[in-house]
Design a protein around this ligand. Structure first.
Ligand code: G3P
Ligand code: MG
Length: 244
């Protein structure tokens, strides 16, 4: 069965990468949750998509140039809807604690957001937090940056690693050449334009971002490993409907 992965939580219906977005993904019975991590100036792992706080908070500046205390003063929900004005930028630890509290038993896909900045030490910080206790869910890592995935492989040789890409065949080839890469996250166009060659692809394929019903159904019918969607509730419902 194709996994439904909630992209930045249920980011189509809640402010992305916030506790409400992750709670909603659990409520919607997503099989997995994807989130993005960065390191603050004082070396704390925080969950946000962009390198700057500008788009998804009422603040300005780069995460790597701000302390956690500075980031915690920001409103991370009102840009989406004033109903979410209490939402703050969560630390990775706060998200993990929420998922434990919500009895989440699915997959947590932690994306190491090192495509623009290296964030020295981020791989060690993530691994050290994830290995610090036994979590009741399975975690894995993804990144656009192969160097980060190589570091994660060194730190956690048994943890699943997925390579994120656009549609470039050179990236697909890089993934194929590395046995420690379990799967790829290609942009949806790769699926739409590949004339079904992905059906015989020897690794897991989890495209992003699958938000339209037609695309969801096509991925389910082709039995792809997973889809990464902003609308996990809609995807889970559609998948349920197909089984009837
Ligand atoms: O894993 C797929 C997806 O998260 C990649 O895109 O930019 O939303 O992190 P982005
Ligand atoms: Mg991501």
């Amino acid at each position: 069965m194709t996994q439904v992965m909630a992209h930045r939580g249920s980011s189509g219906t809640r402010p992305e990468n916030t506790l409400p977005a992750f709670s909603e993904a659990v409520r919607a019975e997503a099989d997995g949750i994807e989130l993005d991590v960065h390191l603050t100036k004082d070396q704390v792992l925080v969950v946000m998509h962009d390198e700057e706080v500008d788009r998804t908070t009422n603040g300005q500046g780069r995460i790597r140039e701000m302390t956690l205390a500075e980031i915690k003063t920001l409103n991370a929900g009102s840009w989406f809807d004033k109903e979410f004005s209490a939402a703050r930028v969560p630390t990775l630890k706060e998200v993990l604690d929420l998922l434990v509290q919500k009895n989440f038993r699915g997959f947590l896909n932690i994306e190491i957001k090192t495509d623009k900045f290296d964030y020295p030490g981020i791989e060690e910080a993530v691994s050290s937090l994830m290995m610090s206790q036994q979590w009741p869910f399975t975690h894995w890592y993804s990144s656009f940056n192969m160097k980060s995935l190589e570091k994660m492989h060194h730190l956690e040789p048994d943890t699943q690693l997925d390579y994120i890409m656009g549609t470039a065949e050179s990236k697909v080839k890089q993934a194929l050449e590395r046995s420690f890469i379990e799967g790829i996250h290609p942009k949806i166009n790769w699926i739409r334009e590949s004339e079904a060659s992905f059906l015989s692809f020897p690794k897991a394929v989890r495209p992003w971002t699958i938000n339209e019903s037609d695309d969801m159904l096509a991925c389910f019918e082709q039995n792809l490993t997973g889809i990464i969607t902003d609308f996990p509730e809609k995807a889970v419902r559609l998948r349920r409907g197909m089984k009837k």
